[in-house]
Design a protein. Structure first.
Length: 66
């Protein structure tokens, strides 16, 4: 998922593992990753949103934010 403007470029990867799907958001600039799991039947859009939100949290924590 590439975004334009001032937003960072973020890639989303989905891996199905049995009844679960792992959604990983990857920041293109730093290579930082954040993953979430959900049921294999969960909408990919919801999993993407959660993975991107977790990535934003991780990046903020790395920069010393609270």
């Amino acid at each position: 998922m590439a975004t334009g403007g001032d937003k960072p470029e973020i890639y989303i990867e989905f891996v199905v593992q049995g009844g679960l799907v792992k959604a990983t958001a990857i920041d293109a600039a730093t290579g930082t990753e954040a993953s979430v799991f959900g049921p294999a039947t969960a909408p990919r859009e919801a999993l993407s949103r959660n993975a991107v939100a977790k990535l934003a949290y991780v990046l903020k924590k790395q920069k010393g934010g609270s």
